[in-house]
Design a protein around this ligand. Structure first.
Ligand SMILES: O=C(CO)COP(=O)(O)O
Length: 253
């Protein structure tokens, strides 16, 4: 059975004050032990988050570089581990499309991060143009194949897949539950055929893109959606509402 996953990607937002407030709000709620509840603030705020977050809240980096040395502006895996983190988001569409990260670079970062003992929230997803051209599965398969080429079967146990259609990110309009289910199911089938049936059965495959309390219920009902990677709604108590909806709906399935 896949573990439930709820990630909050704060992207390039937040202040010391807003993060402290948010983590204090999260601390007031009881978070079930059987969900990975992961908060990813900006790199600048990671040490603060580690200090302030109470278990079982986990903290993730939003990116990392695979080498240390003369790479101005980057943060390496050793540094992420050094402050006590276990998670990193890689392959987010904003890294792919805004910063031009290639399949190869993301795959190298994923492999190196997992070898160092990190868990990777690996993002895949198609643009609107690709969706309209009927290329959703082809695009996701290519993104999965990039890491499939370098990871061992064992290393896939450290991967959570986050399927984030680019057209749904930050637009307020999520993919339909049917469309999200179809892409998540395709990713599970891809893992079954290219990695193993055992990994496919247990890997958590989240959906991301304009998730909010008002659409979380229908999305949670989909059998291949094991949770969410949330952007905008993760920086407010709406994130807790999404968690409650996800846990409640999954308990009834
Ligand atoms: O990109 C996302 C999470 O990584 C989704 O962002 P939004 O929830 O703001 O659409």
């Amino acid at each position: 059975m896949p573990r439930l996953f709820l990630g909050g990607n704060h992207k390039c937002t937040g202040t010391i004050g807003s993060l402290k407030t948010l983590l204090a709000q999260f601390a007031e709620k009881s978070i079930p032990e059987d969900i990975d509840f992961v908060v990813a603030p900006s790199m600048m705020h990671l040490p603060l988050a580690v200090e302030e977050a109470k278990a079982p809240i986990q903290i993730s980096a939003q990116n990392c570089y695979f080498k240390k040395g003369a790479f101005t502006g980057e943060t390496n895996i050793e540094q992420i581990k050094d402050i006590g983190l276990e998670w990193v988001i890689l392959g987010h569409s904003e890294r792919r499309h805004v910063f031009g990260e290639s399949h190869e670079l993301i795959a190298t970062k994923t492999k190196t991060a997992i070898e160092a003992g990190l868990k990777v929230i690996y993002c895949v997803g198609e643009t609107l143009e690709e969706k309209e051209a009927g290329k959703t599965e082809e695009v996701c398969a290519g993104q999965l194949e990039a890491i499939g080429k370098v990871l061992t079967e064992e290393q896939w146990k450290s991967v959570v897949i986050a399927v984030e259609p680019v057209y749904a990110i930050g637009t307020g309009v999520a993919a339909t539950p049917e469309s999200a289910q179809s892409t998540n199911a395709f990713c599970r089938k891809w893992v079954s055929e290219h990695v193993s049936a055992a990994i496919a059965k247990d890997i958590s495959i989240a959906y991301g893109g304009s998730v909010k309390p008002s659409n979380a219920e229908e999305l949670s009902r989909q059998p291949d959606i094991d949770g969410f990677l949330v952007g905008g709604a993760s920086t407010s108590p709406a994130f807790l509402e999404i968690m409650e909806i996800l846990v409640k709906v999954k308990a009834t399935l």
